[in-house]
Design a protein around this ligand. Structure first.
Ligand SMILES: Cc1cc2nc3c(=O)[nH]c(=O)nc-3n(C[C@H](O)[C@H](O)[C@H](O)COP(=O)(O)O)c2cc1C
Ligand code: SF4
Length: 490
């Protein structure tokens, strides 16, 4: 396989050259040539659908910080991040960050937990966000705030950042190997799943008590909710048929509806997937300056069909197949769910489709394609699903790699109704106000634009909190910044 030619976006100087590059790559990404004034910008259009009134089209994606205390309470860094979520001017805050429904379901020992002892801390996150949002926009009218609830399933690491304690639903021929699971590693029993569903109910009741407008029942990125959707090979009540694989969501929603009927529900979904990727060749020694290899798909030992991925073609697993995701969106409507956030794949096994980046994190691989292709793939799938489900409020993901061109694409994507709200992930860590500035006709501070250096992932992979170490002075200049520099030094 020959290496792809990747043109650094920072070297593309204007919209015409950006459009030429898109043509060269045969990518369909909508892009406006100028930014409209606040009165006309599509990013400032209000949205009214179902029970929701959302004041503009800017959304903040959930961005976890690996920075809670050992018992799952927010730290000062967590509070600071949520304050910065408020600084975005976004009227839709999608979940804040992944909050575990129970200690054993945490993805790392510093993940937030929704429990009675953390209630005050979680309430503070919401209140500082609202305070900051009011300061920036002048009002908290039509501001919708959710809390993302999660169980980390295969990626549980509740006690040590370097010790996996996976809870798996089925045997996966590639991911089990990566996690070094013995062949008799136990699967989660149906009775344990029922317990986890009750944990979701309890966590949702806490979110409702605090005043969150909705909870996101996370179904993405390889965590437990997402793994249910691909549990084709599992026996029992929660695997096999489509009905069984979606039972978890139905039972979580039923409980929430009966315990806290005023609380809305949303779902963040990895709408498509692909085979796990790894870096080609030998991994460079820890802390060396050598770059990892380019990403290549893992070899599948088992014969096709590939039965371990949701939203892919089992006969050709590198291809997207939206048949089941479409069925899933219809099921959301039947359940009375209006809020959907589309993402893809997983940060653990195919990050290039999930969060396109030029520079890999320490455990990643060099991009196997121009990262613009990853952006275009998510934008296109979102367009197709939006066209089919006009009544759902759909948030799109993976725009940060667009860098300087992000505001032009975001404005066009909303104006052309390819998506309802543009969700910002990494860009919120480096430059929270980007779309608020862009949609007001203010100058854009280019030095603050996320260049996808991936330190916000490299840091937590090494047990440090996340943050934009290269561009946010708070992280760059403190002891944490020095620790990350030492870790990366050869
Ligand atoms: C440091 C970091 C933390 C993240 N935390 C979460 C999270 O808590 N929940 C979630 O659903 N996605 C999480 N994501 C994924 C982002 O929400 C988003 O989907 C991804 O970064 C792609 O969007 P972007 O291109 O705007 O960054 C995280 C990503 C990063 C880099
Ligand atoms: S560390 Fe900063 S620049 Fe790098 S990807 Fe994260 S937010 Fe972007």
């Amino acid at each position: 396989m020959s290496s792809p030619t990747i043109v650094r976006l920072g070297s593309i100087k204007n919209i015409s050259d950006f459009e030429s590059r898109l043509r060269e790559l045969k990518l369909n990404i909508p892009c406006d040539r100028t930014l409209a004034s606040a009165a006309k910008s599509s990013l400032r259009w209000p949205l009214a659908k179902g029970p929701f009134r959302i004041g503009n089209r800017i959304a903040v994606q959930p961005m976890e910080g690996w920075d809670s205390t050992a018992d799952g309470t927010p730290s000062d860094n967590t509070v600071r991040r949520w304050r910065r979520f408020g600084q975005t001017g976004a009227k839709l805050i999608w979940g804040g960050e992944a909050v575990a429904v129970t200690h054993s379901g945490r993805a790392n020992p510093n993940q937030l937990v929704a429990a009675p002892h953390t209630e005050r801390g979680l309430a503070k996150l919401r209140s500082v966000l609202i305070e900051e949002h009011r300061r920036i926009t002048g009002s908290d009218e039509d501001l919708v705030i959710g809390l993302q609830l999660t169980h980390s399933g295969r990626y549980c690491r509740p006690n040590r950042h370097d010790r996996a304690e996976p809870k798996i639903l089925y045997r996966h021929p590639i991911l089990d190997r990566r996690l070094k699971l013995p062949s008799d590693y136990p699967l989660l029993q149906d009775s344990e799943i029922e317990q986890i569903i009750e944990d979701f109910h309890r966590a949702a009741a806490i979110a409702a008590k605090i005043g969150f407008d909705f909870v996101d029942i996370k179904h993405c990125h390889g965590y437990l909710g997402h793994e249910f959707l691909s549990a084709y090979t599992r026996d029992g009540l929660y695997g096999g048929s489509y009905e069984n694989r979606t039972r978890f969501l139905r039972e979580v929603v039923e409980g929430i509806r009966s315990l806290t009927p005023e609380l809305h529900v949303g779902v963040r979904l990895s709408a498509f997937d692909t085979i796990p990727f790894h870096a080609q060749g030998q991994a460079p020694p820890r802390n060396s300056t050598e770059r990892p290899g380019r990403g290549v798909p893992d070899t599948i030992d088992a014969a096709l069909p590939y039965r371990w991925g949701f939203g892919l073609n089992p006969s050709k697993p590198s291809d997207i197949d939206l048949e089941e995701p479409i069925r899933f969106l219809s099921s959301l409507q039947v359940l009375g769910i209006h809020l959907l956030n589309l993402t893809a794949g997983s940060p653990y096994y195919n990050p290039h489709i999930q969060r396109p980046a030029l520079y890999p994190p320490c455990d990643g691989y060099l991009p196997p394609e121009d990262p613009l292709e990853g952006v275009a793939r998510q934008i296109e799938v979102t367009r197709q699903l939006k066209l089919r489900f006009p009544d759902l409020i759909i948030v799109g993901s993976a725009y940060s790699y667009l860098q300087d061109f992000l505001p032009y694409v975001a404005q066009a994507a909303v104006r052309e109704e390819w998506v309802d709200c543009v969700g910002l992930g990494r860009m919120v860590l480096s430059y929270p106000e980007l779309l608020w500035h862009a949609s007001a006709g203010s100058d854009i501070e280019r030095k603050r634009i996320c260049r996808t250096f991936s330190d916000c992932t490299t840091a937590p992979r090494n047990g440090l909190p996340s943050g934009c170490y290269p561009l946010d002075e708070h992280y760059k200049n403190c002891d944490l910044g020095e620790r990350l520099r030492l870790l990366k030094r050869p």
